[in-house]
Write a protein that binds this ligand. Structure first.
Ligand code: SAM
Length: 332
């Protein structure tokens, strides 16, 4: 790509419009264009962050994509947000299914979409959850029931595959909550063959409470949308619903996400990125002892997982919280 842009020069939209129009005319990026397209994304993301490029100019750039940014493409679905919020069940399930449009002129955009680190990390987190469920079953002998809470369950493709595989241990029942009624309907239909094992409720995670004490609480693709205050608030609520022997696992994208520029420039899809230290600090803010925390990651290293396992120090922390005048006062 030769945009002839000199460092420090005033931002000019025209060369970028020409670049995109050319890319669109040739039918989207082919593998030989990926590196230069990514350099272009890095450049535009920097111009946006430094506010040399305005949102209005970004939207003019989006218009230049034409149908390549319509609902027909994954990136278009990501940008247009037809369900009203980023990261809806539809785009997430397209990522899981590696959906590619039938339109030969738009195909390259979807092929490029799925090669990137972020969709790969999302697919990996499905496997991560399934592995956790198998580990739960394997680690608990006997007939104890193993209630699981899945917070912000989205399409529930992960559960569907768990049950479809050999995850039919009758002890495992999964309660799924999601704030989007369309996500609930979609997931319920997908998991219909396993309705005795999974239940779905429309609920805002921030208000959800239950008398059940869960052996596993899982939440992926939710905390990345919360600032630290919301993160701490929800983490404390979920900790209160964890069984004495339970484990709580929260996914959060890390700054290793090399797809960040694409997400922000093409999809206006912003996340709160957190590294290992930030996740540990947030757990500490909720009064969780360091020894009760471990950080996992999927193979891309993009999606991190904060694991909190109950132990003696956790129980001490609960006693302290219970004694506090406000149940969600942050210890630490
Ligand atoms: C990125 S998807 C993740 C879905 C699923 N956990 C996965 O990893 O495949 C985010 C989901 O969070 C749901 N969501 C967003 N805010 C929520 C809230 N406050 N309470 C419950 N669900 C919420 C959305 O409706 C959406 O289905």
């Amino acid at each position: 790509m030769h945009l002839l842009v000199k460092p420090g020069a005033a931002f000019r939209l025209d060369p970028h419009l020409d670049y995109i129009k050319k890319m669109v005319a040739q039918g989207g990026p082919e593998p030989r264009h990926y590196a230069s397209f990514e350099r272009w994304l890095t450049y535009v993301a920097m111009e946006l962050r430094t506010e040399r490029m305005t949102k209005e100019e970004l939207h003019m750039l989006h218009e230049a994509f034409g149908r390549a940014l319509s609902l027909e493409t994954n990136q278009g679905l990501g940008l247009r947000k037809p369900h009203g919020y980023p990261g809806d069940y539809e785009i997430i399930d397209r990522i899981y299914r590696e959906h590619i449009t039938d339109d030969p002129h738009l195909r390259n955009w979807d092929l490029y979409f799925h090669t990137q680190a972020a969709p790969r990390a999302v697919r990996n987190r499905k496997a991560y959850f399934i592995d956790l469920l198998h580990a739960l079953v394997a680690s608990v002998p006997g007939t104890d029931s193993l209630p699981v809470l899945n917070v912000a369950s989205g399409p529930a493709r992960d559960l569907f595959e768990f049950f479809q595989g050999n995850g039919r241990d009758p002890r495992v029942t999964v309660e799924c909550i999601d704030a989007d009624p369309k996500a609930i309907a979609y997931a319920e239909a997908l998991c219909a063959p396993y309705h005795d094992r999974a239940t779905f409720h429309e609920a805002n995670a921030l208000r959800f409470t239950s008398d059940v004490r869960y052996r596993l609480i899982w939440s992926a693709g939710l905390f990345d949308y919360f600032g630290d205050k919301g993160f701490i608030f929800l983490l404390e609520r979920l900790l209160a619903m964890l069984d004495d022997e339970g484990e709580l696992v929260i996914g959060n994208f890390s700054r290793k996400n090399t797809t960040r520029d694409y997400m922000e420039v093409i999809g206006e899809w912003d996340l709160y990125y957190r590294d290992e230290d930030a996740l540990r600090a947030l757990a500490r803010s909720c009064g969780v002892a360091d020894e009760d925390v471990r950080i996992g990651q999927e193979p891309e290293g993009v999606n991190l997982f904060l694991h909190i396992k109950r132990g003696h120090s956790f129980l001490r922390m609960q006693a302290r919280l219970n004694g506090a005048s406000h149940p969600f006062r942050y210890a630490g």
